[in-house]
Design a protein around this ligand. Structure first.
Ligand SMILES: NC(=O)c1ccc[n+]([C@@H]2O[C@H](COP(=O)([O-])OP(=O)(O)OC[C@H]3O[C@@H](n4cnc5c(N)ncnc54)[C@H](OP(=O)(O)O)[C@@H]3O)[C@@H](O)[C@H]2O)c1
Length: 302
Protein backbone atom coordinates (compact mmCIF):
# COMPACT_ATOMS: atom_id res chain seq x y z
CA UNK A 1 0.00 0.00 0.00
CA UNK A 2 1.23 3.50 -0.81
CA UNK A 3 0.87 5.62 2.32
CA UNK A 4 0.03 9.20 1.39
CA UNK A 5 -1.20 12.28 3.22
CA UNK A 6 -4.77 11.12 2.45
CA UNK A 7 -4.28 8.51 5.18
CA UNK A 8 -3.82 11.13 7.90
CA UNK A 9 -6.70 10.77 10.35
CA UNK A 10 -8.66 13.83 11.44
CA UNK A 11 -6.37 15.91 13.66
CA UNK A 12 -9.01 18.33 14.94
CA UNK A 13 -8.29 19.32 18.53
CA UNK A 14 -4.67 18.21 18.33
CA UNK A 15 -1.81 20.66 18.86
CA UNK A 16 1.46 20.29 16.98
CA UNK A 17 4.84 21.98 16.88
CA UNK A 18 7.02 21.54 13.79
CA UNK A 19 10.55 22.93 14.04
CA UNK A 20 12.07 24.37 10.87
CA UNK A 21 8.63 24.63 9.29
CA UNK A 22 9.20 27.62 7.02
CA UNK A 23 10.53 25.50 4.16
CA UNK A 24 11.27 22.01 2.87
CA UNK A 25 10.01 18.95 4.69
CA UNK A 26 8.98 20.89 7.78
CA UNK A 27 6.75 23.18 5.75
CA UNK A 28 5.00 20.26 4.05
CA UNK A 29 4.61 18.49 7.39
CA UNK A 30 3.07 21.56 9.02
CA UNK A 31 0.79 22.15 6.03
CA UNK A 32 -0.59 18.60 5.95
CA UNK A 33 -1.12 18.49 9.73
CA UNK A 34 -2.98 21.80 9.53
CA UNK A 35 -5.00 20.59 6.53
CA UNK A 36 -6.06 17.61 8.64
CA UNK A 37 -7.34 19.95 11.36
CA UNK A 38 -4.43 20.23 13.81
CA UNK A 39 -3.50 23.55 15.35
CA UNK A 40 0.10 23.90 14.24
CA UNK A 41 2.89 26.12 15.52
CA UNK A 42 5.58 26.70 12.91
CA UNK A 43 8.72 27.02 15.04
CA UNK A 44 11.14 29.09 12.96
CA UNK A 45 14.20 31.25 13.47
CA UNK A 46 13.47 33.83 10.77
CA UNK A 47 10.31 35.91 11.27
CA UNK A 48 9.98 36.94 7.64
CA UNK A 49 10.33 33.40 6.30
CA UNK A 50 8.04 32.09 9.05
CA UNK A 51 5.30 34.61 8.31
CA UNK A 52 5.54 33.86 4.59
CA UNK A 53 5.10 30.15 5.34
CA UNK A 54 2.02 30.80 7.51
CA UNK A 55 0.60 32.92 4.68
CA UNK A 56 1.24 30.22 2.09
CA UNK A 57 -0.60 27.64 4.19
CA UNK A 58 -3.54 30.00 4.74
CA UNK A 59 -3.75 30.74 1.03
CA UNK A 60 -4.20 27.03 0.34
CA UNK A 61 -6.25 26.23 3.46
CA UNK A 62 -8.03 29.40 4.65
CA UNK A 63 -9.47 27.65 7.73
CA UNK A 64 -6.10 26.26 8.85
CA UNK A 65 -5.08 27.02 12.44
CA UNK A 66 -1.42 27.96 12.03
CA UNK A 67 0.76 30.33 14.03
CA UNK A 68 4.40 31.30 14.03
CA UNK A 69 6.66 30.75 17.04
CA UNK A 70 10.18 32.12 17.12
CA UNK A 71 12.74 29.39 17.80
CA UNK A 72 16.46 29.35 17.14
CA UNK A 73 17.75 25.89 18.02
CA UNK A 74 21.32 27.16 17.99
CA UNK A 75 20.60 29.19 21.13
CA UNK A 76 19.60 27.50 24.37
CA UNK A 77 18.12 30.79 25.58
CA UNK A 78 15.88 30.91 22.50
CA UNK A 79 14.82 27.29 23.03
CA UNK A 80 13.86 28.07 26.62
CA UNK A 81 12.02 31.26 25.60
CA UNK A 82 10.07 29.44 22.88
CA UNK A 83 9.01 26.66 25.28
CA UNK A 84 8.00 29.18 27.98
CA UNK A 85 5.92 31.16 25.48
CA UNK A 86 4.28 28.00 24.16
CA UNK A 87 3.41 26.82 27.65
CA UNK A 88 1.91 30.24 28.39
CA UNK A 89 -0.54 29.84 25.51
CA UNK A 90 -1.24 26.11 25.48
CA UNK A 91 -2.28 23.46 27.97
CA UNK A 92 -1.56 20.47 25.73
CA UNK A 93 0.91 19.29 23.09
CA UNK A 94 0.00 16.28 20.96
CA UNK A 95 2.83 16.30 18.43
CA UNK A 96 6.38 17.54 18.68
CA UNK A 97 8.12 17.19 15.33
CA UNK A 98 11.86 17.76 15.76
CA UNK A 99 12.54 18.45 12.09
CA UNK A 100 14.83 21.48 11.73
CA UNK A 101 18.35 20.81 10.58
CA UNK A 102 21.49 22.24 9.13
CA UNK A 103 23.74 20.19 6.82
CA UNK A 104 27.46 20.43 6.12
CA UNK A 105 28.40 24.08 6.61
CA UNK A 106 31.85 24.19 4.97
CA UNK A 107 33.71 25.59 7.99
CA UNK A 108 33.41 24.85 11.70
CA UNK A 109 30.81 27.15 13.14
CA UNK A 110 29.58 27.58 16.69
CA UNK A 111 26.13 27.95 18.18
CA UNK A 112 25.52 30.81 20.64
CA UNK A 113 26.52 28.40 23.40
CA UNK A 114 29.77 27.32 21.74
CA UNK A 115 28.65 23.93 20.39
CA UNK A 116 29.58 22.85 16.87
CA UNK A 117 26.68 24.05 14.70
CA UNK A 118 25.37 20.72 13.36
CA UNK A 119 25.55 18.81 16.66
CA UNK A 120 24.30 21.85 18.58
CA UNK A 121 21.33 22.56 16.29
CA UNK A 122 20.30 19.13 15.08
CA UNK A 123 20.66 17.30 18.38
CA UNK A 124 21.29 19.47 21.46
CA UNK A 125 18.71 22.12 20.56
CA UNK A 126 16.04 19.46 20.06
CA UNK A 127 17.08 17.63 23.23
CA UNK A 128 16.58 20.83 25.25
CA UNK A 129 13.33 21.67 23.45
CA UNK A 130 11.86 18.23 24.14
CA UNK A 131 12.90 18.46 27.80
CA UNK A 132 11.34 21.90 28.24
CA UNK A 133 8.05 20.77 26.68
CA UNK A 134 7.96 17.38 28.35
CA UNK A 135 5.33 18.17 30.99
CA UNK A 136 2.85 19.15 28.26
CA UNK A 137 3.65 16.10 26.12
CA UNK A 138 3.41 13.83 29.14
CA UNK A 139 0.06 15.27 30.20
CA UNK A 140 -1.51 14.92 26.73
CA UNK A 141 -3.05 11.54 25.95
CA UNK A 142 -1.71 9.78 22.85
CA UNK A 143 0.97 12.40 22.23
CA UNK A 144 3.97 11.67 20.01
CA UNK A 145 7.52 12.90 19.50
CA UNK A 146 9.05 12.43 16.05
CA UNK A 147 12.77 12.98 15.52
CA UNK A 148 13.86 13.49 11.91
CA UNK A 149 17.10 11.65 11.13
CA UNK A 150 18.74 10.72 7.84
CA UNK A 151 20.35 8.01 5.73
CA UNK A 152 23.49 9.90 6.78
CA UNK A 153 23.21 8.33 10.25
CA UNK A 154 24.76 5.28 8.57
CA UNK A 155 28.17 6.90 8.37
CA UNK A 156 27.82 8.69 11.70
CA UNK A 157 30.06 7.84 14.63
CA UNK A 158 29.75 9.23 18.14
CA UNK A 159 33.07 10.59 19.36
CA UNK A 160 32.25 11.20 23.00
CA UNK A 161 35.71 12.71 23.57
CA UNK A 162 35.04 15.47 21.07
CA UNK A 163 31.37 15.77 20.10
CA UNK A 164 31.97 19.40 19.15
CA UNK A 165 34.93 18.83 16.83
CA UNK A 166 37.20 21.05 18.87
CA UNK A 167 40.33 18.90 19.06
CA UNK A 168 40.06 16.98 15.77
CA UNK A 169 39.92 18.40 12.27
CA UNK A 170 36.37 19.42 11.38
CA UNK A 171 34.82 17.13 8.77
CA UNK A 172 31.50 18.50 7.63
CA UNK A 173 29.99 15.22 6.39
CA UNK A 174 31.14 13.18 9.38
CA UNK A 175 29.79 15.89 11.65
CA UNK A 176 26.41 15.80 9.93
CA UNK A 177 26.40 11.98 10.20
CA UNK A 178 27.19 12.19 13.92
CA UNK A 179 24.33 14.65 14.49
CA UNK A 180 21.86 12.43 12.61
CA UNK A 181 23.01 9.32 14.49
CA UNK A 182 22.47 11.35 17.66
CA UNK A 183 18.83 11.94 16.57
CA UNK A 184 18.25 8.16 16.49
CA UNK A 185 20.09 7.54 19.75
CA UNK A 186 17.98 10.26 21.35
CA UNK A 187 14.82 8.49 20.15
CA UNK A 188 16.18 5.19 21.48
CA UNK A 189 16.96 6.45 24.98
CA UNK A 190 13.77 8.52 25.14
CA UNK A 191 11.63 5.51 24.28
CA UNK A 192 13.54 3.39 26.81
CA UNK A 193 12.92 5.96 29.54
CA UNK A 194 9.25 6.36 28.61
CA UNK A 195 8.84 2.57 28.77
CA UNK A 196 10.45 2.53 32.22
CA UNK A 197 8.25 5.40 33.41
CA UNK A 198 5.22 3.42 32.19
CA UNK A 199 3.67 6.58 30.78
CA UNK A 200 4.39 9.29 28.24
CA UNK A 201 4.31 9.93 24.51
CA UNK A 202 5.07 7.54 21.71
CA UNK A 203 8.57 8.15 20.35
CA UNK A 204 9.26 7.62 16.66
CA UNK A 205 11.83 8.61 14.07
CA UNK A 206 11.68 9.33 10.35
CA UNK A 207 13.90 10.22 7.43
CA UNK A 208 13.00 11.72 4.04
CA UNK A 209 15.44 9.77 1.84
CA UNK A 210 16.77 12.26 -0.65
CA UNK A 211 14.49 15.26 -1.03
CA UNK A 212 15.19 18.48 -2.92
CA UNK A 213 15.09 21.24 -0.31
CA UNK A 214 17.18 24.14 0.97
CA UNK A 215 19.16 21.61 3.00
CA UNK A 216 21.61 21.22 0.13
CA UNK A 217 22.42 24.96 0.28
CA UNK A 218 26.04 24.17 1.24
CA UNK A 219 26.47 21.26 -1.14
CA UNK A 220 26.68 22.20 -4.83
CA UNK A 221 27.04 18.60 -6.06
CA UNK A 222 23.94 17.42 -4.25
CA UNK A 223 22.04 20.45 -5.49
CA UNK A 224 23.05 19.72 -9.07
CA UNK A 225 21.81 16.13 -8.75
CA UNK A 226 18.50 17.08 -7.13
CA UNK A 227 16.48 17.32 -10.38
CA UNK A 228 17.48 13.75 -11.32
CA UNK A 229 17.50 11.89 -8.02
CA UNK A 230 15.61 13.77 -5.36
CA UNK A 231 11.97 13.62 -4.36
CA UNK A 232 9.76 16.65 -4.02
CA UNK A 233 9.25 17.99 -0.47
CA UNK A 234 5.60 16.84 -0.24
CA UNK A 235 6.81 13.28 -0.69
CA UNK A 236 9.81 13.70 1.57
CA UNK A 237 7.45 14.75 4.35
CA UNK A 238 5.42 11.51 4.20
CA UNK A 239 7.68 9.41 6.51
CA UNK A 240 7.40 12.13 9.18
CA UNK A 241 3.64 12.39 8.69
CA UNK A 242 3.21 8.63 8.90
CA UNK A 243 5.27 8.47 12.11
CA UNK A 244 3.29 11.38 13.53
CA UNK A 245 -0.24 10.27 12.69
CA UNK A 246 -0.67 6.68 11.50
CA UNK A 247 -2.90 4.82 13.95
CA UNK A 248 -0.90 1.61 13.44
CA UNK A 249 2.53 3.21 14.00
CA UNK A 250 4.34 1.91 17.06
CA UNK A 251 6.73 3.54 19.46
CA UNK A 252 10.36 2.98 18.48
CA UNK A 253 9.63 2.71 14.77
CA UNK A 254 11.66 4.53 12.13
CA UNK A 255 9.94 5.47 8.87
CA UNK A 256 11.65 6.17 5.55
CA UNK A 257 11.05 5.76 1.81
CA UNK A 258 10.59 2.18 0.59
CA UNK A 259 12.68 2.47 -2.61
CA UNK A 260 16.29 1.76 -3.59
CA UNK A 261 18.63 2.56 -0.70
CA UNK A 262 15.68 4.31 0.98
CA UNK A 263 16.31 7.35 -1.20
CA UNK A 264 12.85 7.63 -2.76
CA UNK A 265 9.38 6.23 -2.43
CA UNK A 266 6.47 6.00 -0.07
CA UNK A 267 7.03 5.60 3.67
CA UNK A 268 7.49 2.25 5.37
CA UNK A 269 9.12 1.15 8.62
CA UNK A 270 12.85 0.86 7.91
CA UNK A 271 15.93 -0.45 9.69
CA UNK A 272 18.84 1.39 11.22
CA UNK A 273 22.51 0.67 11.85
CA UNK A 274 23.84 -1.24 14.85
CA UNK A 275 25.35 2.00 16.09
CA UNK A 276 21.86 3.49 16.20
CA UNK A 277 20.72 0.58 18.40
CA UNK A 278 23.58 0.90 20.88
CA UNK A 279 21.84 1.26 24.25
CA UNK A 280 25.05 2.19 26.05
CA UNK A 281 25.83 4.99 23.57
CA UNK A 282 22.23 6.20 23.83
CA UNK A 283 22.48 6.37 27.65
CA UNK A 284 25.80 8.17 27.43
CA UNK A 285 24.53 10.68 24.87
CA UNK A 286 21.59 11.49 27.13
CA UNK A 287 23.88 12.10 30.08
CA UNK A 288 26.29 14.36 28.15
CA UNK A 289 23.38 16.20 26.55
CA UNK A 290 22.04 17.04 30.02
CA UNK A 291 25.51 18.20 31.06
CA UNK A 292 26.22 20.25 27.93
CA UNK A 293 22.83 21.98 27.83
CA UNK A 294 22.45 22.27 31.60
CA UNK A 295 18.90 20.97 31.13
CA UNK A 296 17.97 18.04 33.38
CA UNK A 297 15.56 15.66 31.66
CA UNK A 298 13.92 12.82 33.52
CA UNK A 299 10.76 11.60 31.76
CA UNK A 300 9.75 9.66 34.87
CA UNK A 301 9.60 12.85 36.94
CA UNK A 302 7.09 14.81 34.85
N1 LIG B 1 16.39 16.94 2.22
C1 LIG B 1 16.92 15.74 2.39
O1 LIG B 1 17.26 15.04 1.44
C2 LIG B 1 17.11 15.21 3.76
C3 LIG B 1 17.68 13.95 3.89
C4 LIG B 1 17.85 13.40 5.16
C5 LIG B 1 17.44 14.10 6.26
N2 LIG B 1 16.90 15.35 6.13
C6 LIG B 1 16.50 16.06 7.35
O2 LIG B 1 15.22 16.63 7.18
C7 LIG B 1 15.09 17.75 8.05
C8 LIG B 1 14.49 18.92 7.28
O3 LIG B 1 15.41 19.32 6.29
P1 LIG B 1 14.99 19.89 4.88
O4 LIG B 1 15.53 18.96 3.86
O5 LIG B 1 13.57 20.25 4.86
O6 LIG B 1 15.93 21.19 4.84
P2 LIG B 1 15.63 22.74 4.69
O7 LIG B 1 14.71 22.97 3.55
O8 LIG B 1 16.96 23.40 4.70
O9 LIG B 1 14.87 23.05 6.05
C9 LIG B 1 15.55 23.06 7.27
C10 LIG B 1 14.77 23.91 8.24
O10 LIG B 1 15.50 23.95 9.48
C11 LIG B 1 15.59 25.30 9.86
N3 LIG B 1 16.72 25.57 10.73
C12 LIG B 1 18.05 25.44 10.48
N4 LIG B 1 18.77 25.85 11.54
C13 LIG B 1 17.86 26.24 12.48
C14 LIG B 1 17.97 26.78 13.78
N5 LIG B 1 19.16 27.07 14.33
N6 LIG B 1 16.85 27.05 14.48
C15 LIG B 1 15.63 26.82 13.92
N7 LIG B 1 15.47 26.34 12.69
C16 LIG B 1 16.57 26.05 11.98
C17 LIG B 1 15.70 26.07 8.55
O11 LIG B 1 15.45 27.45 8.75
P3 LIG B 1 16.00 28.57 7.70
O12 LIG B 1 15.15 28.46 6.47
O13 LIG B 1 15.82 29.84 8.46
O14 LIG B 1 17.44 28.21 7.41
C18 LIG B 1 14.62 25.36 7.77
O15 LIG B 1 13.36 25.83 8.17
C19 LIG B 1 16.48 18.00 8.63
O16 LIG B 1 16.55 17.49 9.93
C20 LIG B 1 17.40 17.21 7.71
O17 LIG B 1 18.57 16.79 8.36
C21 LIG B 1 16.72 15.92 4.90
Amino acid sequence: MKWTAKEIPDQTGRRAIVTGANTGIGFETAKELAAAGAEVTLACRNAEKGQAAVKRILQEFPNARVTLGMLDLSSLASVQAFADAYRGDHDRLDLLINNAGVMTPPRWEATSDGFELQFGTNHLGHFALTAHLWDLLDATPKSRVVNVSSIAHRYGEMDFDDLNWKTRRYKKNASYGQSKLANLLFSLELSTRVAKAGKGPMVLSAHPGWTATDLQRHNGTARAMNPFLAMEPWKGALPTLRAATAPDAKTGEYYGPHGFMEMRGYPVAVGRTKAAQDLEAARKLWQVSEEMTGVPFDPAQA
